[in-house]
Design a binder for this molecule. Sequence first.
Ligand code: MLT
Length: 400
Amino acid sequence: MINKNYLSLSESYIFEKLKRDAASFRAGNPQCVLYDLSIGDVCGPLPECAADALAASSLEMKNKNTFRGYGPAEGYSDLREAICGYYRRRGVSLELDEVFVTDGTKPAVFDFLSLFSGVNSLVPEPTYPVFAEASLMHGFGVNRCFFDDGSPHTPENAHIPRDPIGAPYLIFLCSPNNPDGYALSRSELASWVDHAEKTGSLILFDAAYERFITSADVPHSVFELMGSRKLAVEFGSFSKFAGFTGLRCGWCVVPRELRVDNYSLNSLFRRALCTSSNGVSYPSQRAALGVLCEQGLSECSAFADYFRGNSRILADAFARISRGITGGENSPYLWVRTPRGVGGDEFAEILLRAAHVLVTPSSGFGRHDGEHFRVSCLCDRETAKNAAESVLNNAEKLLI
Ligand code: MLT
Protein backbone atom coordinates (compact mmCIF):
# COMPACT_ATOMS: atom_id res chain seq x y z
CA MET A 1 0.00 0.00 0.00
CA ILE A 2 2.70 2.43 1.01
CA ASN A 3 4.81 4.18 -1.64
CA LYS A 4 8.12 2.42 -0.91
CA ASN A 5 10.05 5.12 -2.77
CA TYR A 6 9.55 7.35 0.25
CA LEU A 7 11.32 4.82 2.46
CA SER A 8 14.62 5.55 0.72
CA LEU A 9 14.66 9.07 2.16
CA SER A 10 16.68 9.96 5.23
CA GLU A 11 14.66 10.21 8.41
CA SER A 12 14.36 14.04 8.33
CA TYR A 13 14.64 16.78 5.77
CA ILE A 14 17.92 18.55 6.62
CA PHE A 15 16.40 21.97 7.35
CA GLU A 16 13.64 20.48 9.48
CA LYS A 17 16.35 18.76 11.55
CA LEU A 18 18.30 22.01 11.87
CA LYS A 19 15.17 23.82 13.07
CA ARG A 20 14.84 21.15 15.77
CA ASP A 21 18.53 21.54 16.66
CA ALA A 22 18.05 25.31 17.00
CA ALA A 23 14.97 24.86 19.21
CA SER A 24 16.70 22.33 21.45
CA PHE A 25 19.81 24.52 21.78
CA ARG A 26 17.63 27.51 22.78
CA ALA A 27 15.67 25.40 25.25
CA GLY A 28 18.83 23.96 26.81
CA ASN A 29 20.77 27.26 26.85
CA PRO A 30 18.26 30.02 27.66
CA GLN A 31 21.08 32.38 28.68
CA CYS A 32 22.74 32.20 25.21
CA VAL A 33 21.94 33.99 21.97
CA LEU A 34 21.95 31.55 19.06
CA TYR A 35 23.23 32.89 15.70
CA ASP A 36 21.28 30.83 13.21
CA LEU A 37 23.09 30.79 9.86
CA SER A 38 21.68 27.42 8.81
CA ILE A 39 18.51 27.54 6.70
CA GLY A 40 18.63 30.08 3.89
CA ASP A 41 15.73 32.16 5.11
CA VAL A 42 15.67 35.89 4.40
CA CYS A 43 15.30 38.47 7.16
CA GLY A 44 12.96 40.79 5.19
CA PRO A 45 11.22 43.18 5.01
CA LEU A 46 9.43 42.81 1.67
CA PRO A 47 10.31 45.46 -0.93
CA GLU A 48 7.92 48.37 -0.51
CA CYS A 49 6.27 47.89 -3.93
CA ALA A 50 5.52 44.28 -3.03
CA ALA A 51 4.24 45.10 0.47
CA ASP A 52 1.94 47.84 -0.89
CA ALA A 53 0.53 45.55 -3.58
CA LEU A 54 0.04 42.82 -0.97
CA ALA A 55 -1.88 45.17 1.33
CA ALA A 56 -4.02 46.62 -1.48
CA SER A 57 -4.90 43.21 -2.92
CA SER A 58 -5.75 41.84 0.53
CA LEU A 59 -8.21 44.73 0.92
CA GLU A 60 -9.70 43.91 -2.48
CA MET A 61 -10.70 40.55 -1.02
CA LYS A 62 -12.82 42.42 1.55
CA ASN A 63 -15.08 43.90 -1.09
CA LYS A 64 -17.67 41.84 -2.98
CA ASN A 65 -16.93 43.68 -6.24
CA THR A 66 -13.17 43.15 -6.15
CA PHE A 67 -13.09 39.78 -4.38
CA ARG A 68 -11.23 37.02 -6.30
CA GLY A 69 -12.04 33.33 -6.24
CA TYR A 70 -10.08 30.66 -8.11
CA GLY A 71 -7.47 32.15 -10.41
CA PRO A 72 -5.96 30.47 -13.46
CA ALA A 73 -3.87 27.41 -12.48
CA GLU A 74 -0.95 28.79 -14.50
CA GLY A 75 -1.16 32.24 -12.85
CA TYR A 76 -2.64 35.62 -13.76
CA SER A 77 -1.61 36.78 -17.21
CA ASP A 78 -0.35 40.22 -16.09
CA LEU A 79 2.18 38.58 -13.76
CA ARG A 80 3.22 36.11 -16.48
CA GLU A 81 3.60 39.04 -18.89
CA ALA A 82 5.78 40.85 -16.34
CA ILE A 83 7.95 37.71 -15.95
CA CYS A 84 8.34 37.60 -19.76
CA GLY A 85 9.39 41.28 -19.53
CA TYR A 86 11.97 40.40 -16.86
CA TYR A 87 13.54 37.85 -19.25
CA ARG A 88 13.39 40.30 -22.18
CA ARG A 89 15.78 42.55 -20.25
CA ARG A 90 18.41 39.81 -20.76
CA GLY A 91 17.51 39.28 -24.40
CA VAL A 92 15.45 36.14 -23.72
CA SER A 93 12.15 36.08 -25.52
CA LEU A 94 9.36 33.93 -24.03
CA GLU A 95 5.73 33.38 -25.01
CA LEU A 96 3.12 34.03 -22.35
CA ASP A 97 1.97 30.40 -22.32
CA GLU A 98 5.52 29.20 -21.60
CA VAL A 99 5.46 30.81 -18.15
CA PHE A 100 3.70 29.17 -15.19
CA VAL A 101 3.35 30.91 -11.84
CA THR A 102 4.18 28.52 -8.99
CA ASP A 103 4.39 28.75 -5.24
CA GLY A 104 8.12 28.07 -5.27
CA THR A 105 10.76 25.74 -6.67
CA LYS A 106 10.01 22.72 -4.47
CA PRO A 107 6.37 22.17 -5.58
CA ALA A 108 7.19 23.12 -9.17
CA VAL A 109 9.96 20.49 -9.31
CA PHE A 110 7.56 17.93 -7.86
CA ASP A 111 4.86 18.69 -10.43
CA PHE A 112 7.38 18.67 -13.24
CA LEU A 113 8.87 15.31 -12.20
CA SER A 114 5.38 13.82 -12.17
CA LEU A 115 5.49 13.98 -16.00
CA PHE A 116 8.15 11.23 -16.09
CA SER A 117 8.57 7.63 -15.15
CA GLY A 118 11.42 5.15 -15.27
CA VAL A 119 14.03 7.84 -15.76
CA ASN A 120 17.38 8.65 -14.12
CA SER A 121 18.33 11.97 -12.58
CA LEU A 122 21.85 13.35 -12.71
CA VAL A 123 22.54 15.34 -9.59
CA PRO A 124 25.85 17.21 -9.33
CA GLU A 125 26.91 17.49 -5.72
CA PRO A 126 26.96 19.33 -3.46
CA THR A 127 23.55 20.77 -4.28
CA TYR A 128 20.07 21.52 -3.00
CA PRO A 129 18.86 18.26 -1.39
CA VAL A 130 15.38 18.52 -2.93
CA PHE A 131 16.68 17.44 -6.36
CA ALA A 132 17.84 13.99 -5.25
CA GLU A 133 15.02 13.55 -2.71
CA ALA A 134 12.25 14.48 -5.16
CA SER A 135 13.81 12.10 -7.71
CA LEU A 136 13.86 9.26 -5.17
CA MET A 137 10.24 9.97 -4.17
CA HIS A 138 9.27 9.57 -7.83
CA GLY A 139 11.15 6.25 -8.01
CA PHE A 140 13.85 7.57 -10.35
CA GLY A 141 17.45 6.39 -10.33
CA VAL A 142 19.78 9.04 -8.92
CA ASN A 143 23.27 9.34 -10.44
CA ARG A 144 25.50 11.72 -8.62
CA CYS A 145 28.43 13.59 -10.06
CA PHE A 146 30.69 15.59 -7.89
CA PHE A 147 31.70 19.20 -7.99
CA ASP A 148 35.21 19.49 -6.53
CA ASP A 149 35.30 22.52 -4.38
CA GLY A 150 37.27 25.37 -5.90
CA SER A 151 37.75 23.87 -9.37
CA PRO A 152 35.67 24.90 -12.36
CA HIS A 153 32.52 22.91 -12.99
CA THR A 154 32.86 21.62 -16.51
CA PRO A 155 32.09 18.28 -18.12
CA GLU A 156 35.81 18.01 -18.98
CA ASN A 157 36.89 17.80 -15.35
CA ALA A 158 34.60 14.89 -14.64
CA HIS A 159 31.58 16.63 -13.24
CA ILE A 160 29.70 14.75 -15.90
CA PRO A 161 30.61 11.04 -16.21
CA ARG A 162 32.66 10.54 -19.35
CA ASP A 163 30.70 7.47 -20.19
CA PRO A 164 27.18 8.69 -19.47
CA ILE A 165 25.82 5.47 -18.01
CA GLY A 166 22.14 5.88 -17.33
CA ALA A 167 21.54 8.65 -19.89
CA PRO A 168 19.24 10.15 -20.96
CA TYR A 169 19.00 11.99 -17.68
CA LEU A 170 17.03 14.69 -16.02
CA ILE A 171 20.04 16.90 -15.23
CA PHE A 172 19.60 19.19 -12.24
CA LEU A 173 21.68 22.36 -12.42
CA CYS A 174 21.51 25.13 -9.86
CA SER A 175 23.50 28.24 -10.75
CA PRO A 176 24.57 30.11 -8.70
CA ASN A 177 24.70 26.85 -6.84
CA ASN A 178 23.22 26.24 -3.44
CA PRO A 179 25.24 25.49 -1.29
CA ASP A 180 28.74 26.37 -2.59
CA GLY A 181 27.79 29.53 -4.47
CA TYR A 182 29.51 28.38 -7.64
CA ALA A 183 28.07 30.15 -10.68
CA LEU A 184 28.50 28.46 -14.07
CA SER A 185 30.17 30.63 -16.69
CA ARG A 186 28.63 30.94 -20.13
CA SER A 187 31.06 28.38 -21.60
CA GLU A 188 30.53 25.93 -18.73
CA LEU A 189 26.76 26.14 -19.07
CA ALA A 190 27.15 25.75 -22.85
CA SER A 191 29.04 22.48 -22.19
CA TRP A 192 26.12 21.20 -20.15
CA VAL A 193 23.70 22.17 -22.92
CA ASP A 194 25.90 20.29 -25.45
CA HIS A 195 26.08 17.31 -23.14
CA ALA A 196 22.28 17.28 -22.74
CA GLU A 197 21.88 17.43 -26.50
CA LYS A 198 24.35 14.59 -27.11
CA THR A 199 22.78 12.31 -24.52
CA GLY A 200 19.13 13.21 -25.21
CA SER A 201 18.85 14.56 -21.66
CA LEU A 202 16.79 17.38 -20.21
CA ILE A 203 18.18 20.20 -18.02
CA LEU A 204 16.16 21.33 -15.01
CA PHE A 205 17.74 24.69 -14.26
CA ASP A 206 17.24 26.25 -10.83
CA ALA A 207 17.73 30.01 -11.10
CA ALA A 208 16.60 30.85 -7.56
CA TYR A 209 19.80 32.82 -6.85
CA GLU A 210 20.09 34.69 -10.15
CA ARG A 211 19.51 38.08 -8.52
CA PHE A 212 22.81 37.64 -6.65
CA ILE A 213 24.93 37.33 -9.81
CA THR A 214 27.61 40.00 -10.10
CA SER A 215 30.05 38.35 -12.57
CA ALA A 216 29.55 39.52 -16.15
CA ASP A 217 30.33 36.11 -17.64
CA VAL A 218 27.61 34.26 -15.70
CA PRO A 219 24.28 33.67 -17.50
CA HIS A 220 21.18 34.55 -15.46
CA SER A 221 19.04 32.07 -17.36
CA VAL A 222 19.71 28.82 -19.21
CA PHE A 223 17.68 30.33 -22.05
CA GLU A 224 20.51 32.78 -22.74
CA LEU A 225 22.27 29.77 -24.30
CA MET A 226 21.69 28.83 -27.93
CA GLY A 227 19.77 25.61 -28.40
CA SER A 228 18.54 25.40 -24.80
CA ARG A 229 14.84 25.92 -25.60
CA LYS A 230 14.48 22.35 -26.83
CA LEU A 231 16.20 20.76 -23.85
CA ALA A 232 15.69 22.84 -20.69
CA VAL A 233 13.12 24.09 -18.23
CA GLU A 234 13.84 26.78 -15.67
CA PHE A 235 12.60 27.37 -12.13
CA GLY A 236 12.60 30.92 -10.78
CA SER A 237 11.61 32.10 -7.34
CA PHE A 238 10.81 35.36 -5.58
CA SER A 239 11.95 33.81 -2.25
CA LYS A 240 15.56 34.96 -2.08
CA PHE A 241 15.07 37.49 -4.86
CA ALA A 242 12.51 39.58 -2.97
CA GLY A 243 11.97 38.09 0.47
CA PHE A 244 9.02 35.83 -0.41
CA THR A 245 10.03 32.77 1.66
CA GLY A 246 6.91 33.24 3.81
CA LEU A 247 4.65 34.64 1.09
CA ARG A 248 5.39 32.04 -1.64
CA CYS A 249 5.60 32.82 -5.33
CA GLY A 250 7.85 31.69 -8.16
CA TRP A 251 7.64 30.57 -11.75
CA CYS A 252 8.56 27.82 -14.13
CA VAL A 253 9.40 28.27 -17.82
CA VAL A 254 8.56 25.33 -20.09
CA PRO A 255 9.31 26.19 -23.74
CA ARG A 256 6.80 25.12 -26.37
CA GLU A 257 9.38 23.22 -28.43
CA LEU A 258 10.34 20.96 -25.52
CA ARG A 259 9.23 17.45 -26.44
CA VAL A 260 9.95 14.06 -24.91
CA ASP A 261 8.84 10.90 -26.73
CA ASN A 262 7.12 13.35 -29.07
CA TYR A 263 4.89 14.74 -26.32
CA SER A 264 4.83 18.45 -25.55
CA LEU A 265 6.04 18.98 -21.99
CA ASN A 266 4.40 22.41 -21.99
CA SER A 267 0.95 20.86 -22.62
CA LEU A 268 1.52 18.02 -20.16
CA PHE A 269 2.75 20.39 -17.45
CA ARG A 270 -0.29 22.64 -17.94
CA ARG A 271 -2.51 19.56 -17.71
CA ALA A 272 -0.75 18.37 -14.54
CA LEU A 273 -0.99 21.80 -12.89
CA CYS A 274 -4.74 22.08 -13.51
CA THR A 275 -5.23 18.89 -11.50
CA SER A 276 -2.65 19.48 -8.80
CA SER A 277 -3.19 23.19 -8.14
CA ASN A 278 -5.69 26.01 -8.12
CA GLY A 279 -2.94 28.53 -8.56
CA VAL A 280 -1.00 30.77 -6.21
CA SER A 281 -2.96 33.10 -3.93
CA TYR A 282 -4.08 36.37 -5.51
CA PRO A 283 -2.29 38.63 -2.96
CA SER A 284 1.00 36.73 -3.46
CA GLN A 285 0.74 37.20 -7.22
CA ARG A 286 -0.04 40.93 -6.84
CA ALA A 287 2.96 41.31 -4.54
CA ALA A 288 5.15 39.52 -7.10
CA LEU A 289 3.87 41.86 -9.81
CA GLY A 290 4.84 44.75 -7.51
CA VAL A 291 8.41 43.41 -7.43
CA LEU A 292 8.78 43.44 -11.20
CA CYS A 293 8.51 47.21 -11.70
CA GLU A 294 11.66 49.37 -11.95
CA GLN A 295 11.44 50.51 -8.34
CA GLY A 296 10.76 46.98 -7.08
CA LEU A 297 13.75 45.59 -8.96
CA SER A 298 16.05 48.26 -7.65
CA GLU A 299 14.85 47.49 -4.10
CA CYS A 300 15.66 43.82 -4.78
CA SER A 301 19.16 44.74 -5.93
CA ALA A 302 19.65 46.66 -2.69
CA PHE A 303 18.35 43.58 -0.83
CA ALA A 304 21.02 41.41 -2.54
CA ASP A 305 23.73 44.04 -1.80
CA TYR A 306 22.79 43.99 1.86
CA PHE A 307 23.33 40.22 2.04
CA ARG A 308 26.58 40.59 0.10
CA GLY A 309 27.71 42.92 2.89
CA ASN A 310 26.91 40.12 5.38
CA SER A 311 28.90 37.68 3.24
CA ARG A 312 32.01 39.89 3.48
CA ILE A 313 31.73 40.19 7.26
CA LEU A 314 31.20 36.47 7.75
CA ALA A 315 33.85 35.44 5.20
CA ASP A 316 36.47 37.53 7.02
CA ALA A 317 35.70 35.77 10.28
CA PHE A 318 35.47 32.23 8.91
CA ALA A 319 38.71 32.76 6.95
CA ARG A 320 40.52 32.76 10.31
CA ILE A 321 39.47 29.23 11.18
CA SER A 322 39.01 27.44 7.86
CA ARG A 323 41.04 25.92 5.05
CA GLY A 324 39.25 27.92 2.34
CA ILE A 325 35.97 29.56 1.43
CA THR A 326 34.01 29.82 -1.82
CA GLY A 327 30.73 31.59 -2.55
CA GLY A 328 29.53 34.94 -1.32
CA GLU A 329 30.22 36.74 -4.62
CA ASN A 330 27.35 35.49 -6.74
CA SER A 331 25.28 33.92 -4.00
CA PRO A 332 24.23 34.54 -0.40
CA TYR A 333 26.03 31.43 0.83
CA LEU A 334 29.58 30.75 1.95
CA TRP A 335 30.97 27.24 1.54
CA VAL A 336 33.61 26.82 4.17
CA ARG A 337 36.21 24.07 4.45
CA THR A 338 36.66 22.80 7.98
CA PRO A 339 39.99 22.97 9.83
CA ARG A 340 42.21 19.96 9.05
CA GLY A 341 41.12 16.65 10.46
CA VAL A 342 37.59 17.69 11.41
CA GLY A 343 34.49 16.55 9.49
CA GLY A 344 31.65 18.92 8.58
CA ASP A 345 29.15 17.38 11.02
CA GLU A 346 31.65 17.36 13.84
CA PHE A 347 32.75 20.93 13.19
CA ALA A 348 29.15 22.20 12.99
CA GLU A 349 28.63 20.74 16.45
CA ILE A 350 31.82 22.38 17.79
CA LEU A 351 30.78 25.72 16.29
CA LEU A 352 27.39 25.51 17.93
CA ARG A 353 28.79 24.64 21.37
CA ALA A 354 31.75 27.05 21.32
CA ALA A 355 30.44 30.06 19.37
CA HIS A 356 26.65 29.47 19.38
CA VAL A 357 26.63 29.63 15.59
CA LEU A 358 24.41 27.15 13.73
CA VAL A 359 25.45 26.21 10.16
CA THR A 360 24.54 23.44 7.71
CA PRO A 361 27.17 20.68 7.40
CA SER A 362 28.00 19.45 3.89
CA SER A 363 26.36 16.09 4.61
CA GLY A 364 23.04 17.95 4.16
CA PHE A 365 23.83 18.49 0.49
CA GLY A 366 24.56 14.95 -0.60
CA ARG A 367 27.43 12.57 -0.26
CA HIS A 368 30.06 15.25 -0.67
CA ASP A 369 33.53 15.12 0.89
CA GLY A 370 32.08 15.82 4.33
CA GLU A 371 34.68 18.49 5.03
CA HIS A 372 32.59 21.60 4.45
CA PHE A 373 29.70 23.52 5.93
CA ARG A 374 27.39 26.16 4.50
CA VAL A 375 26.93 29.57 6.09
CA SER A 376 23.76 31.43 5.11
CA CYS A 377 24.32 35.19 4.87
CA LEU A 378 20.59 35.94 4.49
CA CYS A 379 20.38 37.08 8.12
CA ASP A 380 20.19 40.67 9.36
CA ARG A 381 23.39 42.71 9.71
CA GLU A 382 23.45 42.56 13.49
CA THR A 383 23.30 38.75 13.47
CA ALA A 384 26.08 38.62 10.86
CA LYS A 385 28.29 40.95 12.92
CA ASN A 386 27.63 39.18 16.21
CA ALA A 387 28.15 35.74 14.70
CA ALA A 388 31.44 36.90 13.11
CA GLU A 389 32.57 38.34 16.43
CA SER A 390 31.69 35.15 18.24
CA VAL A 391 33.69 33.06 15.72
CA LEU A 392 36.71 35.35 16.13
CA ASN A 393 36.45 35.44 19.93
CA ASN A 394 36.33 31.65 20.03
CA ALA A 395 38.86 31.00 17.27
CA GLU A 396 41.24 29.14 19.55
CA LYS A 397 38.60 26.69 20.70
CA LEU A 398 37.46 26.22 17.11
CA LEU A 399 40.93 25.39 15.86
CA ILE A 400 41.49 22.56 18.31
C1 MLT B 1 18.03 26.40 1.87
O1 MLT B 1 18.33 26.83 3.00
O2 MLT B 1 18.87 25.98 1.10
C2 MLT B 1 16.62 26.34 1.42
O3 MLT B 1 16.23 27.54 0.93
C3 MLT B 1 15.69 25.79 2.42
C4 MLT B 1 14.61 24.98 1.77
O4 MLT B 1 14.17 25.29 0.69
O5 MLT B 1 14.17 23.99 2.34
